[in-house]
Design a binder for this molecule. Structure first.
Ligand SMILES: [Zn+2]
Length: 206
């Protein structure tokens, strides 16, 4: 809702926001309305199974999108590649999402492998959403946006090959406006807009 009111979804009526932090989730906006259901949002894509023999997820299933694509999964994958002895600039510094993304942008093979694989898994989940909701825009909210020059082509390639061709055409991919602050900043902005009346004015104008 914050992205619709103040962010990068202000110019469209149909958009999907995919957030990748410790978990993976999505917000889905159809005709200007963020879909809701009886318990919270609609868009629990984190528990779509993408690897039947993957790791056990806290939900009880195996190989959920969330177990493959969260920030901790990215760091774990990088650690695994480093422990296998692959050369990487990540050996000389503490392994964080920031250092991983910076290394990927600088052309580090290990870091790029992690980001590209993650993008492909994420792309599979996003392609399902695109087929279901035919959005105009897909927004990614994640610290991984630091490596978007590597991440987005991997996501886009996967989505364009797995979504209906007409749905993939002119589909825009971009970062959310509030990605560095998680979703709390967005929630705070919406709450503030409710109190000061600006949300009401926008709704009336809309
Ligand atoms: Zn799960």
């Amino acid at each position: 809702m914050a992205e619709k009111l103040f962010g990068h979804a202000a110019d469209v009526e149909n958009a999907i926001l995919v957030s990748v932090h410790n978990g993976v989730g999505a917000g889905i906006m159809v005709d200007g309305t963020v879909l809701q259901r009886r318990v919270g949002n609609i868009g629990e894509i984190g528990h779509i199974q993408i690897k039947p023999y993957g790791k056990r997820c806290h939900c009880g299933n195996y190989g959920c999108l969330e177990t493959e694509v969260s920030l901790s999964a990215a760091l774990e994958k990088a650690e695994q590649l480093l422990s296998e002895g692959h050369p990487s600039m990540l050996r000389d510094q503490p392994l964080t999402i920031e250092s991983l993304c910076t290394a990927a942008v600088f052309g580090d093979g290990v870091a790029q492998r992690v980001i590209i694989e993650l993008g492909q898994h994420l792309g599979r989940g996003i392609a399902i959403l695109v087929n279901l909701f035919n959005p105009q825009k897909v927004m990614i909210g994640s610290e991984l946006n630091r490596a978007k020059t590597i991440l987005y082509p991997a996501i886009e390639e996967c989505v364009k090959s797995q979504a209906l061709p007409s749905y993939g055409e002119n589909l825009q991919f971009m970062e959310t406006r509030f990605y560095t602050q998680g979703t709390m900043a967005g929630a705070a902005l919406v709450k503030q807009a409710l109190y000061d009346g600006s949300l009401l004015i926008r709704l009336i104008e809309g």
